[in-house]
Design a protein around this ligand. Structure first.
Ligand code: ZN
Length: 107
């Protein structure tokens, strides 16, 4: 008699880190992707990253609650650019510092 139970080979090889189910908040995008954060990647949580779909830079990962075991929801939020530009023009913005912080690439 044959036992045809599919064997799961999960033993001893647990995935490292946690997964953020991240939704891009860029208007018109809304792409959802799974972002795995390992102890090596925690810098992502305090920095910025581009959306893998719309490629918009400067997205900040904002945790939005726990979904399950090692699974969290998060949103990739972007600073409103252009909306308050008329207001900001009279005030020195912090953008310069932020951009130069991000290796001063041609933004
Ligand atoms: Zn996007």
């Amino acid at each position: 008699m044959q036992a045809s139970t599919p064997r799961t080979e999960r033993q001893g090889r647990e995935q490292e880190g946690i997964v953020y189910k991240t939704q891009c908040q860029n208007p018109g995008c809304g792409h959802t992707f799974a972002l795995r954060i390992t102890p090596r990647d925690v810098g992502l949580l305090s920095g910025t990253m581009p959306c893998p779909r719309c490629k918009r830079h400067g997205g900040m990962l904002k945790p939005a609650g726990r979904i399950g075991d090692k699974l969290f929801a998060a949103k990739l939020i972007f600073k409103a650019v252009g909306v308050s530009s008329s207001l900001a023009s009279s005030v020195p913005t912090e953008e310069g510092d932020l951009v130069s912080d991000m290796m001063g690439s041609g933004f």
